[in-house]
Structures are given as C-alpha cells and as structure tokens.
Design a protein around this ligand. Structure first.
Ligand code: C5P
Length: 336
C-alpha cells in the first residue's frame, strides 16, 4: 500500500490549506483506494450495483464513462462545457443491527412506517446530493436493491448500492471507490452519512455541503454534550448492568466537548487520502475509525465544525426508535 510520506497540510489556516490541497496533483481514487492492502482487495471483489429510476432524467448517466458535463446554449460556452455541480455521498447502511436485536439489518428497520435507509436517502436527495453510494450488508444486497429501486422514481440523485465491509470504515471505503466513476475533481464535496441518523434535516446536510463548496476541506456537525464525561481508567471496563467497582480518570472539561454527528463533509481529495492512510485499520471494528473525521485527523489535518442538529441523532437502541417515532409524531422532524 502506498501511504503518503510527506506531512499533510493543516487546515487551521483555511486560505493556505485550500490552495495547498487544490494545487496538489489530483490523486485518482483508483490510486488511493485500489491499493494493494488486503482489505482493499477484499472490497474490490465485492459487488457494486447501479440503480436508476425508470425513465428518470439520469437515464444513461450510470454508465462506464458518464459525461458529467451539461450542454449550454451560448457559442463560447459550447466550446467549453460547464461542469455539472456535483455533491457526492456515501450512505453507510451496512451495519448488522446487533444492538437492536431485530434479526434484520438496522437500516431496514422502519421508523414511522419507512425503513431508515430510505428516510436517510430522501434527506440526502432533498439536500441536493447528486450521486449516492449506499452500503448494504452483503447478505442483504438484493433486499436493499429492491427497496431502493422502488424509491428511485421519487429521487433526483443517481444511486448505487454497494456491498459493505467488516467495519463501517471498510464500508465507506467501498462506497468511495464506487463513486470514482462519477469523476469527481479534487474539491468535489463528498458527504459521509449514517443511515442510522435517518431524521437528519436536509438543511443540515446542505450546510455541510456548502461549507466544503465555500472552501473548507473537512467539516463535521457537532453539538454540546449535556452529560458530564469521565474516562475509564486505562485497561478497565464496565459491562452492562455490572456492579463491580471500576476506577475513573478525572472529568474532561464539558464546556470544550462536542458530540459528533453526520453527515461529515470533505473534499474528494482529502477523504480519499484519509481512507488510504488509515486502510490498515479497516479490517475489523475494534481497530477501525468510528468516524471519517478521525481518519482525516490521523493525516495531521484539522477538522472544522459547524453547529449540528438534535434531529441528526443516531438510532442505535429500541429507545432511540421510540424517540424517533415520537419526533415524527410531534412534528420535530419532517415525515419524509
Ligand atoms: O455501528 P454504528 O451505529 O456506528 O454504524 C453507523 C452507520 O454505519 C450505520 O448506519 C451502519 O449501517 C453503518 N455501517 C456500515 N458498515 C458496517 C457497520 C456499520 O455501513 N460494517
């Protein structure tokens, strides 16, 4: 695997960093992700399924060599077609849902009568995301394809269903690789989103995308934490319902802590470099990054934050499903 050896630019100074990132030679994702690491080899062999709405205006765009340009009417513009404004996204939906214990992939569990993956997909579509790779568990690919295929007539985005990996990080890497066909350039925004955050308002998704379009390189939504947070002493753990005494390290100053949400937005260049650099961690969830910003930080880049939204909470437990249902019932989240 090729790992960048030169120190990555910091994003603390956005003006400097923007130019540092955008003037670097554009590394194709093939170079970044189709590398020789075993995790990547495994992912390469997994399937990628294009989906199109019958008769949609995207007919033909999901081809081997899609032309992502549009015709415009003036003489001078015809000579140099304007590029279509693209917003790419990986929708991570390949989780098993073990913690929910429903014996089905979590993203297929319904909230307010619609599977979470469809709610999340509609949110991305409503926010103007143009190309979306949905990661699905390998043993439920057909179910995901059928479900998403049936929703396509109502969507503007081009959607692909791809087989996920052993960890969320591996799934996102697979999704990124499938987006390469849309020929992003170095600064094309790529939003990585969790299907489990199925009530995320399109306005938040749009704000993250706009932050990237306006020059940032890595932007994530965060919220203040309401609980006081204390770390367990090194090497200790508490099992659920455990009354055994476990030592704690001192509290972390709560005023400086933020809870991290998705969608997390990056330029194509930055997210591909980050996944290549962290590829050796993807083999299982114990070593994998729990979010994509963590991989970008490992590159030495600074991640910026915008204000998150309480409706972007992650559905993990039955209690979260009840909360999501109550949010829909009481109008806190739009019933997409
Ligand atoms: O497990 P966790 O709740 O952190 O998962 C966050 C999101 O990542 C979920 O939407 C889940 O479907 C997705 N995921 C994935 N591939 C995995 C594990 C999780 O796409 N191997």
């Amino acid at each position: 695997m090729t790992v960048p050896t030169t120190p990555a630019p910091t994003l603390a100074n956005q003006a400097t960093t923007s130019s540092a990132v955008s003037t670097a030679p554009l590394p194709a994702v093939a170079r970044h992700l189709n590398c020789d690491h075993p995790d990547m080899s495994q992912l390469r062999s997994q399937s990628t399924t294009p989906l199109q709405a019958p008769g949609s205006h995207h007919a033909g765009i999901v081809s081997a060599e899609p032309a992502l340009t549009e015709s415009v009417s003036t003489e001078s513009a015809r000579a140099e077609p304007a590029p279509v404004k693209r917003r790419l996204s990986v929708l991570a939906a390949a989780g098993s849902g073990t913690r929910l214990g429903r014996h089905m992939p979590k993203a297929l569990v319904e909230v307010g009568g619609a599977p979470m993956v469809l709610r999340a997909l509609r949110g991305l579509d409503a926010a103007g995301i143009t190309h979306i790779a949905v990661t699905a568990p390998t043993d439920a690919l057909v179910d995901f394809e059928q479900l998403i295929g049936s929703a396509l007539p109502d969507l503007s985005a081009t959607v692909r269903v791809v087989a996920g990996g052993a960890s969320r990080q591996a799934s996102v890497a697979a999704g990124l690789r499938s987006l390469e066909q849309f020929r992003p350039d170095a600064r094309t925004p790529v939003l990585i989103h969790d299907a489990a955050r199925c009530l995320t308002p399109p306005a938040l998704i749009d704000r993250v995308a706009r932050a990237i379009e306006n020059g940032a390189n890595a932007v994530i939504p965060t919220l203040p934490v309401t609980d006081t947070i204390k770390p367990l002493a090194s090497g200790t753990h508490i099992d659920e319902g455990d009354d055994a005494l476990s030592p704690l390290d001192p509290s972390i100053d709560r005023s400086r802590l933020r809870a991290v949400q998705t969608p997390q937005g990056f330029t194509w260049d930055v997210i591909c470099r980050a996944h290549e650099y962290g590829a050796s961690r993807a083999a299982d969830e114990s070593s994998a990054a729990t979010d994509d910003a963590g991989l970008v930080e490992a590159l030495g880049l600074t991640v910026m934050s915008i204000a998150g939204d309480m409706m972007a909470f992650k559905v993990t437990t039955e209690l979260d499903i009840a909360l999501a249902q109550a949010c829909l019932d009481h109008g806190y989240a739009p019933d997409a």
